[in-house]
Design a protein around this ligand. Structure first.
Ligand code: ADP
Ligand code: MG
Length: 277
């Protein structure tokens, strides 16, 4: 809940989400649905007014100031949408990647080596000496990913990392996040308003009005006969711990459901029937 003067803005309510170590998931939702609020909480930038948030060993509602600093330095990497916000313009790509390791006291030689490895991983071995102004938007986001990974955080958070990029460059950055997830086993949560991203990660969770509403799962099935691989994305509604589900707007409109529904169970299926005004 954000408090602005006398007003309270409830940004998240009834959000339930559990992410396994090593997973890569997308959080999708319209503008204002609470995506950034969730990510800022997970990054340790904001403390929620209530609820429970755990990341690894950390209880994000009960941390001392020192724990918050340690948490931000070693547990999470963060990538902002604004490419310019991720990098220091007067440092080279290599220096930008080294900087977080300076803060955690990694010796110069080790830090140089790791920075070079990370820039190789993101495909920028040949651009290490370039400053921000000499890098394209996509390249800047690649460097930003390397910066976020500098201290080997188990969790990587990206808030609309492709929001300022064209489609092709966006796809390449998403591919890179998938590569990082596979090769470094980093848990990744990527926020986007682009539903197409759902099909490029293992699982996509939709947020509506600050609440987890649906989950899209990617099913990969192999067609032996032709040796090809097809992908299906199946969408599920999420049931929270109190039994609530959010009925999608499109279904509400189609059935003209008002304030009440009759609930039935038929042949193992739950049915909802308009119950009048
Ligand atoms: P998204 O990232 O999905 O666009 P946000 O998490 O930024 O959504 O915002 C969720 C809601 O919280 C919106 O109604 C927004 O106006 C409100 N909000 C976000 N940040 C603040 C803030 N610092 N102060 C007050 N209200 C805020
Ligand atoms: Mg946002």
């Amino acid at each position: 809940i954000y408090k602005v003067a006398d007003l309270e803005v409830v940004a998240l309510r009834g959000l339930e989400l559990s992410v396994k170590p090593g997973e890569i998931i997308a959080i999708v939702g319209a503008s204002g649905s609470g995506k950034s609020t969730l990510l800022n909480i997970l990054a340790g930038y904001d403390t929620p007014s209530a609820g429970t948030v755990r990341v690894g060993e950390y209880d994000l509602l009960n941390m001392t100031a020192k724990e918050v600093v340690d948490y931000r330095r070693s547990e999470v990497g963060f990538i902002w949408q604004e490419t310019s916000r991720n990098l220091f313009p007067y440092l080279t790509a290599l220096e930008n990647v080294e900087l977080p390791m300076v803060l955690t006291g990694v010796p110069p030689k080790a830090r140089r080596e790791r920075a070079e490895q990370l820039l190789a991983l993101v495909g920028l071995s040949k651009r290490m000496g370039h400053g921000q102004s000499e890098l394209s938007g996509g390249e800047q986001q690649r460097v930003s990913i390397a910066v976020a990974l500098a201290n080997e955080p188990p969790l990587l958070l990206a808030d609309e990392p492709t929001g300022e990029l064209d489609d092709e460059t966006s796809a390449a950055v998403l591919d890179l996040l998938n590569t990082v997830n596979r090769e470094l086993r980093t848990t990744i949560i990527v926020v986007t308003h682009d539903p197409a991203i759902a099909s490029s990660v293992g699982r996509a969770i939709a947020i509506r009005d600050g609440k987890t509403s649906t989950e899209m799962l990617r099913r990969v099935s192999f067609e032996r006969r032709i040796g090809g691989q097809t992908e299906d994305v199946e969408e599920f509604l999420l049931v929270d711990s109190s039994g609530s589900v959010q009925i999608p707007r499109s279904v509400l409109d189609r059935l003209v459901i008002g304030r009440r529904v009759r609930v039935g169970v038929e042949h193992g299926k739950v049915t909802l029937e308009p119950g009048g005004e």
